[in-house]
Design a protein around this ligand. Structure first.
Ligand code: PRP
Ligand code: ZN
Length: 291
């Protein structure tokens, strides 16, 4: 049976759930709760949102039960080796966190070799095993499904490998990070098989809109006046900008208005440098949409 509505799998609750819904809203999709908790409905596009446990998203998308999915790179990378894989469409720039190896603050650490023979508790046994292999370290991996940070206090394992975002969990438990195993963020994935013809344009439009939202996030529109002679210096300071738009100022031969889209963060320090280069009346505006 061919489906008439695209299915997008995302986390029902947890780390990425709210931000994933925000992404849909920013992409102009109106989300309403469905008859049950498993599905949300998009009213203004033929899309259903499948709300599931994050660990199930790679499998659902790889099997084509869902056409697209939003999932953490940490979950995507933790799949069994040889399992059918979904395709990565793009990184989404939110839900950033890091998988780290940590040990009690007072414990001495002498580099990855000192992990040889250690017991390491983690919810990410596959990622950790690959990391240890690459470092040529042999350790015993203890697979836990949650609350990994209590393993040292329980005497289960001296070392842990767990996700860190603010670092509060490590700190509360008297642990210190010593190695970075994986930098994670939310990722848009798609089914490896071609979608039904009717769903292809729906998916393409969705992906384009998400690309626009992701690209405009953090991007700023910067405007200023500047002496014509300062243009090269100013262009060099503007972070992640293409060629700026330069327009004349009425009645001024020596000065111009400069407009640019900056893809990277514009800090106070950036404005101070622009000013030092001769710019004045500098404005930084948010960008709502970008295509
Ligand atoms: C992770 C991890 C820690 C916490 C770290 O759990 O297991 O408990 O986040 O975050 P912090 O550095 O901001 O304190 P998560 O919320 O992903 O839930 P999980 O139990 O499903 O892994
Ligand atoms: Zn999970």
């Amino acid at each position: 049976m061919t489906r008439e509505r695209l299915r997008l799998a995302m986390q029902k609750s947890g780390r990425l759930a709210d931000a994933s819904l925000d992404l849909l809203r920013s992409a102009g999709l109106s989300v309403t709760k469905g008859a049950n908790e498993l599905f949300y409905r998009i009213d203004n596009a033929p899309i259903d949102v499948l709300r599931v446990r994050d660990d199930d998203i790679p499998t659902l998308v790889a099997d084509g039960v869902a056409d697209l999915g939003i999932v953490g790179l940490n979950v995507l990378e933790e799949r069994e080796a040889g399992a059918r894989a979904p395709q990565e469409v793009m990184r989404l720039g939110f839900g950033r966190c890091t998988l780290k190896i940590a040990l009690p603050e007072k414990a001495a650490y002498g580099g990855t070799y000192s992990l040889d023979g250690a017991r390491i508790a983690t919810s990410y046994p596959h990622i950790l095993a690959r990391f240890l292999d690459a470092k040529g370290v042999k350790a015993e991996i203890v697979h836990m499904h949650g609350a990994v940070e209590v393993a040292p206090r329980l005497g289960l394992a001296q070392v842990i490998c767990d996700l860190v975002s603010t670092g509060a969990t490590l700190e509360t438990n008297g642990l210190a990070a010593v190695e970075t195993v994986l930098e994670s963020e939310a990722v848009l994935i798609r089914a490896p098989k071609a979608l039904a013809p009717a769903l292809t344009p729906v998916a393409d439009t969705f992906v384009e809109r998400v690309r626009g939202v992701t690209a405009s996030r953090g991007a700023k529109y910067v405007m200023m006046n500047a002496p014509r002679a300062a243009l090269p210096a100013i262009s060099a300071i503007l972070p992640g900008a293409g060629a700026p738009t330069v327009t004349p100022l009425a009645g001024r031969d020596d000065a111009v208005a400069v407009h640019a889209v900056c893809q990277e963060s514009v800090f106070w320090e950036t404005l101070e440098r622009l000013k030092a280069a001769g710019a004045s009346a500098i404005l930084v505006l948010p960008i709502e949409k970008m295509m």
